[in-house]
Structure formats: C-alpha cells, structure tokens
Design a protein around this ligand. Structure first.
Ligand code: HEM
Ligand code: HEM
Length: 180
C-alpha cells in the first residue's frame, strides 16, 4: 500500500482523544432539550475541547516538519478540499466552545469546569445577545457535524477507491508497526 509515512504519535493521540470527546459532546448537546441535567457536563466537556484544541494547535506547529505529506497532489482540487476541511475543523474546535462560553455569560451565568473552578466572565448579561449566541453555537455544531461527515467520507474514498490507507497514518497503536 502507498503512503507508508505516518503522523507523529502525539498528533495521532490528540486526534483520537478530541474525536471521541467532540463527537460525544455533539450527542450530549442534542440530548440537552430533554435532559437539562446534562448541561453542566456538556459545558465542562466543551471547555476540555477548547483546551485540547489549543494544545493540538501548538503541537501541530511544533511537529510541522515531521508531518507526512498529503496524499493529494499539491494544487489539486482534492488538496484544497482536504486543507479547507482541516482548517474548518480547527475553526469549529475553537469557535463552538467559545460561543457556548459567551452564550452562558450573556445568559447571566459563569462557566464551571467540572466543579473544579470557574472560568472568567467575558461579557455582561444580555438576553438578546444570549439568544443570538445560542443560535450561532447550535448552528456551528450542525456545520461541524456536516464537515466531519465530509472528513470521514474523504478518508473512506481514499481507502476504498485509491488503496491509500490514510487511516493507518493517523493510528497511534499496533498498526504503526505494520507500516514502515
Ligand atoms: C470520527 C472519525 C474520524 C475519522 C475516521 C478521521 C480520520 C482521519 C484521517 C484518516 C486523517 C489522516 C488524513 C491523512 O492521512 O492525511 C485525519 C486527520 C485529521 N483529522 Fe480526522 N478523523 C475523524 C475525526 C476527526 C475530528 C472529530 C476532527 C476535529 C474536530 C478531525 C480533524 C482532523 C485534522 C485537523 C486532521 C489533520 C491532522 C491534524 O491536524 O491533527 N478528525 N482524520
Ligand atoms: C466542542 C464543544 C461543543 C459542542 C460540539 C457543542 C454542541 C452543542 C449542541 C449540538 C447543542 C444543541 C443545539 C441544538 O439544540 O440544536 C448545544 C447546546 C448548548 N451548548 Fe454546546 N457544544 C460544545 C461546547 C459548549 C460549551 C463549552 C458551552 C458553554 C460553556 C456550551 C453551552 C451550550 C448551551 C448553553 C447550549 C444550549 C443552547 C441553546 O439552547 O440556545 N456548549 N451544544
């Protein structure tokens, strides 16, 4: 199989930790209407995503020189699509939790992280703004789900159609030894 080069272990680990946490929080978010008692958990997990996104960004710049080249030829439409999707995923990882944080503050509440500490209040109470930020947060979550669908579809297309096992490139354990 082509593309033996893979992502550094730290990039793989953060990728899958964030994937599990963010997909879990999307599901919890959509359950909130009928389960308001999940709200504090949803917010705390969201804050965790924001922190992990920061660590991830720092790490990806640190490892820039060790990243495998794209499986798509530079300048191709697929290359642009891949980079755009990755960029949008980063944007979602940062903007969705931030919008949730601001929405909570505008509703007149502080955000608590697993009852361990309270995050700073960034804006004053403002009912109209709170509704707007809530709508933006919910809309951005829907957009994230759609982009994520494209991201997974892209990986499948490469694996099934082109015999490029891109999934192995981002696997942290076991399969790493099957690549060289
Ligand atoms: C849930 C199932 C997921 C699958 C099957 C999947 C699959 C993959 C694969 C195969 C790659 C490597 C592509 C290559 O070889 O160049 C990759 C990279 C990447 N994925 Fe995912 N992914 C998933 C979830 C996510 C999520 C939830 C996010 C972010 C919200 C994400 C963001 C990224 C980014 C930004 C990269 C580029 C490497 C990096 O900057 O960390 N993925 N993904
Ligand atoms: C990656 C992290 C997050 C994801 C994926 C996410 C996703 C979601 C989803 C899918 C909903 C339901 C939207 C709907 O009903 O259509 C929701 C609602 C909500 N989320 Fe998040 N969220 C995240 C982080 C946060 C954070 C950090 C906070 C606050 C600190 C937060 C606060 C809220 C609030 C207050 C609502 C209710 C919104 C409303 O009813 O207007 N979320 N979220």
């Amino acid at each position: 199989m082509k593309n033996a080069k893979r992502y550094p272990l730290s990039v793989c680990l953060i990728h899958w930790i964030v994937a599990i946490v963010i997909v879990g929080n999307l599901v919890i978010g959509w359950m909130l209407d009928d389960n308001m008692d999940l709200m504090d958990l949803h917010k705390s997990i969201g804050v965790l995503v924001l922190a992990l996104a920061g660590v991830r960004l720092i790490n990806i710049f640190r490892k820039k020189k060790k990243l495998p080249p794209s499986v798509n030829p530079k300048g191709s439409l697929q290359y642009t699509a891949e980079k755009t999707v990755h960029g949008l995923l980063y944007l979602c990882m940062l903007s969705i939790p931030l919008l949730g944080w601001l929405k909570t503050n505008a509703a007149g509440h502080a955000v608590h992280f697993f009852s361990l500490y309270s995050l700073p209040v960034l804006i004053d109470k403002n009912r109209a703004l709170s509704h707007l930020l809530g709508d933006l947060h919910s809309g951005a979550a829907l957009i994230l789900a759609a982009i994520l669908g494209l991201h997974v579809l892209g990986a499948l297309v490469h694996m099934v159609g082109k015999s490029e096992n891109v999934l192995l490139r981002i696997m942290p354990f076991k399969t790493r030894s099957t690549l060289s």
